[in-house]
Design a protein around this ligand. Structure first.
Ligand code: TXA
Ligand code: MG
Length: 310
């Protein structure tokens, strides 16, 4: 407990000085900086090698701090009450007098906001009088980190401080929903769409359907382990790592199992770690067996399709 407190104090010190640090969330680790500071936000983009046109998510402790910067509406309130803090990000209209740095949104009039559900991150936010802009703590297009050592892998000594909060419980990024007009999912994520649909009790469109595997090149590379990856593979090549969804008896040294018995939550939770492990090993490519395209399986397939654009 004492160690946590002193680490949070340290984290605040860096953030108050416009430095960026890594923070734990329930989805993936974030690379955080003061969302009101141009200087801090510019550092995030530089460290991540992220194009400036790709906006960031601002992380708030609760709705009270949010309403200083954004307008809220009924659909937002319904979802907020049910799912926040948690793995959902909302696109909302910015207020004219919002203090959010123009670099967070790339000068757009809307902001992506999230309320993270991690005890250490929440404790940190309580100490701050500004929200934290935080993309996933990886170099652009790479795998998101799900533990402190993954962040170290990504940035080495370039990162000043990592607030260690253990392994991320979900292991996939948040679901992004634009709630300004008719609700629209912009990114599949850790919260299943059926849950969102049930609470809103109206049709939710998805503008980010993973493209068919037969239509390559339509999506930009993202969530990539940095080596080629093939999908829906039944027959693995000799020197390829083979990603399977559940343990089976016929195991071989190049077989990597994502769960004991095919549970999608467990598969999601092990996905990035396993890909990272393979990346560090001798394998030059990855084959993935078929993953059921339902519930969280849709998010997993979305990530793998993008990773396969290598
Ligand atoms: O779970 C998560 O969402 C993690 C943790 C750290 O919170 N964050 C995360 O951030 O995944 P990032 O930057 O890796 O992905 C955020 C996505 C990007 O694809 C970005 O284009 C989109 O959110 N985004 C951010 N602001 C937006 C906006 N104003 N309108 C539309 N999309 C936006
Ligand atoms: Mg990311």
């Amino acid at each position: 407990m004492k160690l946590i407190q002193s680490n949070i104090k340290k984290a605040k010190k860096y953030l108050d000085k416009n430095q960026c640090i890594a923070v734990p969330t329930e989805t993936v680790y974030g690379l955080a900086g003061n969302a009101y500071s141009n200087l801090a936000v510019k550092k995030i983009f530089k460290l991540k090698k992220r194009p400036s046109r790709n906006p960031l998510i601002a992380h708030y402790l609760n709705i009270k701090s949010l309403t200083e910067d954004c307008f809220v509406n009924n659909d937002f309130m319904k979802l907020y009450k049910k799912f926040s803090p948690g793995p959902i990000t909302y696109i909302l209209n910015l207020k004219k007098n919002s203090k959010i740095s123009k670099y967070v949104t790339n000068k757009k009039k809307c902001l992506a906001v999230r309320f993270p559900n991690h005890v250490i991150f929440k404790k940190l936010l309580k100490q701050l009088d500004y929200p934290l802009a935080a993309p996933s703590a990886n170099i652009s297009t790479g795998l998101s980190p799900v533990r402190a050592s993954d962040v170290k892998d990504e940035f080495g000594s370039k990162i000043k401080f990592i607030l260690d909060g253990g392994v991320c419980k979900i292991g996939l990024e948040s679901t992004i929903i634009d709630v300004r007009h008719k609700p629209k999912i912009l990114r599949l994520g850790g919260l299943e769409i059926s849950n969102i649909q049930r609470v809103l009790n109206k049709k939710v469109t998805i503008s980010n359907k993973p493209s068919k595997i037969s239509a390559p090149g339509q999506l930009n590379l993202h969530y990539s382990p940095g080596i080629p990856l093939r999908l829906n593979v039944k027959k693995v090549k000799d020197n390829e790592a083979y990603l399977l969804i559940k343990k089976n008896k016929k195991t071989k040294p190049n077989y990597f199992f994502l769960s004991k018995n095919g549970n999608l939550k467990e598969i999601a939770n092990n996905l990035y770690s396993t890909l990272r492990k393979i990346k560090k090993s001798k394998y030059k490519s990855i084959a993935v067996s078929k993953i059921p395209d339902k519930g969280l399986g849709k998010t997993i397939n979305d990530r793998l399709i993008r990773a396969s654009k290598f």
